[in-house]
Ligand binder design. Sequence first.
Ligand code: MN
Length: 280
Amino acid sequence: MADVWMNQKYDRNDWWNMKKERRERNFRILEFRENQYDIIGDVHGCYEELIQLVEQLGYRKENGIYIHPQKRRLISVGDVADKGPANVACLNFWMDQVMTNGGFWVHGNHCNKLYRYFLGNRVRVSHGLECTVAELERMNKEERHNLRSRFMQCYESQCYYLLLDRKRLAVVHGGLQAESMGCFSGKIRAVCLYGETTGETDENGRPQRRNWAESYRGDTLVVYGHTVAERPDLINHTVDIDQGCVYGGYLTALRYPEMEFVQVKGKAYAPYRGDGKVPE
Ligand code: MN
């Protein structure tokens, strides 16, 4: 594994780089000989669906960890926990994939919020975080402490976006424009976590989202999540693989480079209030 280039254009004034001297990676450009990835959309605590999906993808449990006989890697587009019924189980699953199985987990807005919660920052325990926190509160102090330190270590080992396969493949949570690839700034970070917004708010006071994929003109395939899309359609070399599993849609995996989609139907654990469309 060659960690070709990381932490470029590091801005020392960016508060998130300075926080308690903790180091957050911003992006990574990586090359692997195998170049075979199974990229999974927003899981949001849907553990049953996650296990069903990885089993369909050919992963088998060995010594408590799901591995693939052809050594394929699992990549999460982020938002592993919050809203769903088994958030801690999902966090543990992805921590195992990252720490012992060569997997990746780019930062989602919910993952970042949990990280800030664990840092002791004041965050609002809402938008599904209350489900994760309720599970944490049911654990004993030692278990909670262990989970927190494992999560912090795992989160800090991951980054906002990945460029893989000679920059033919990008994985990010919210969005990534072609000119942002290989760069980092506060604005790029915000797009990575939240996608592009118009600067306006809707009638519920939420920031209005802009479909950044419509103006994307890059050759790199960008695989992302964050916004619920009815289908994983390819739009200008981008594909949104969040089909709203936790709202009763689907949990989607993209097999790369085969470009095959594998889906598992989710149960409606949370009401959908976004502006996308949850598939039937
Ligand atoms: Mn999400």
